[in-house]
Each structure stands twice: as structure tokens, then as C-alpha cells.
Design a protein. Structure first.
Length: 259
């Protein structure tokens, strides 16, 4: 399927690996021109070059922390008027409710709520003026079904979801859509970190911890960055203009809900 976004300018945050890289790969394959961002320059440059080699993509890289004012400014300087924005940032560490203090919540809000909001506020006026834009926020299945040990993520991402719910409906008439992708467990470094915590706590191997978690997923496996990226690219396509303010689960059926 031709997604109709060849030549469109796309900013993809935290895209040197994992789900962000999956999104960058799918958008590059669709012919978009990319600005890829991550904190570490070497892995970012390597990821970008791999996509150039594979897809012949036009790609700029910006090594910066997207959760800071300076990082966001650097990314937007490289692409002041993107047609597509994919927001993404690593989730806060797991823990228990009695462990977290105010500063922990502030860091989580800065990374997973306030940074995406700041980026959206920066790019929405231009998208609306041009009459076309696509924004996809990578959040978490915990928005639909809270995960106790990820309370910081539950809180921050739920706040972002509420912001998107209202904002998406205010900008849709201008040809701009905002939607959220809610990943469950995918085969990324994040999954390895979570499984390592389980393995250490239970005194089992990493493979055993992963198998234990996979057994709780109706699809009986972890998702892949490639299939996640494909959904992101579709939401960014010309075919998705009537999808507004939605929270789309990619969790292998883990969230047990009728609606």
C-alpha cells in the first residue's frame, strides 16, 4: 500500500533503537524524510545509516535529550516544520508506591507528559496552517490497564492521554490528526530490563522470566518493533485522516476489555 507520505518531513524521537527505530524504519520505507533523535550520537548515526542503506532515505540525526528544552530546540531547529511527529521517550523505572517521592513524579511528567506536549504545541500551528499533519505519541498499555510497578509511567502517560483527548478534537478540522499507540511487551531493551528485574527477584534465568511473561499474553509472544512501526506509519499516512484522538493497543491481547 502506498501510504501517500513520500517526501513528507517526519521527526521521530528516541529512534535509535526499539519501538522508535521501528517507526523510523517504516516511515523511511514509505519515503518520508526523517529527523531521527536519540541521546547517544554513535548508536543514532549507526541506525540512521542502516536506514539510508536499506531504503535510500533522506535522514538527519540530532543527538539530544528530547526531555529537555535544549534538546527539543535542537530537534526543531533541524526540522522546524514537520508534517509528521512521533513522540517517544523511555519509561520511568519500576518500583512501588511507597518508594516514589515528588522528584520522581516530576521527572516522569517531564519525560512522558510535558515533553510530548511541548513538541505538539511547537509543531501544531504550522501543521494547521498547511492543512495537514500527523502526530503519534508512543505511550503504554498501562493507560488502559495500570501496571502496579509502573506507577510513575501510569500517572504521566495518563496525563498525556487526557491532553491528547481534548487537543486532537480541536485541530482535526485543520487536517491534523493526533493519536496514541499503546504498546504492550515488545522484544526491545525495555522488555529485557523488565524481565531482568523479574529474573533477579525470583532467582530464575532471563529466558525463564521472558517465557513466564509471554505465557500471560494471548498471542503467546512478544511484539516486534517492525509490526509496531507498521501501525505507526499507517496512522501517519494519508489513509488515516479520519482516525482522531484514539488510543490503539498493540499488546497481543493482554488488556482484557470489550471496548
Amino acid at each position: 500500500m502506498d501510504l501517500g507520505i513520500r517526501g513528507r518531513r517526519a521527526v521521530i524521537c528516541a529512534s535509535s533503537r526499539g519501538l522508535g527505530l521501528g517507526c523510523a524504519n517504516a516511515l523511511a520505507e514509505a519515503g518520508a524524510e526523517l529527523v531521527m533523535n536519540a541521546r547517544s550520537a554513535a548508536p543514532l548515526k549507526a541506525a540512521a545509516q542502516a536506514l539510508r542503506d536499506t531504503h535510500g532515505a533522506v535522514i538527519k540525526t540530532v543527538a539530544a535529550d528530547i526531555t529537555t528544552d535544549a534538546g527539543r530546540a535542537a530537534v526543531l531547529q533541524a526540522c522546524p516544520d514537520p508534517d509528521i511527529l512521533v513522540t517517544n521517550a523511555g519509561g520511568p523505572p519500576p518500583g512501588m508506591w511507597h518508594d516514589w517521592v515528588r522528584d520522581d513524579f516530576i521527572r516522569a511528567l517531564d519525560a512522558n507528559m510535558l515533553s510530548p506536549i511541548a513538541l505538539m504545541k511547537a509543531v501544531l500551528p504550522g501543521m494547521m496552517d498547511r492543512g495537514w499533519g500527523r502526530i503519534v505519541n508512543i505511550t503504554s498499555q498501562s493507560v488502559k490497564s495500570p501496571i502496579a510497578v509502573l506507577g510513575l509511567s501510569n500517572s504521566a502517560r495518563a496525563g498525556l492521554t487526557g491532553y491528547v483527548a481534548g487537543t486532537a478534537r480541536q485541530v482535526a478540522a485543520s487536517g491534523v490528526t493526533i493519536n496514541n499507540l499503546l504498546p504492550g511487551i515488545h522484544a526491545t531493551d525495555r522488555a529485557v530490563a523488565l524481565d531482568t528485574g523479574v529474573a533477579d527477584a525470583q532467582g530464575i534465568s532471563l529466558d525463564a522470566a521472558a517465557a513466564q511473561r509471554a505465557a500471560t499474553i494471548p498471542a503467546a509472544r512478544y511484539g516486534t518493533a517492525q509490526e509496531f512501526g507498521a501501525m505507526c506509519a499507517f496512522l501517519c499516512s494519508t489513509h488515516a485522516g479520519y482516525i482522531v484522538g484514539q488510543n490503539i493497543l498493540l499488546d497481543g491481547g493482554s488488556v482484557n476489555s470489550t471496548l
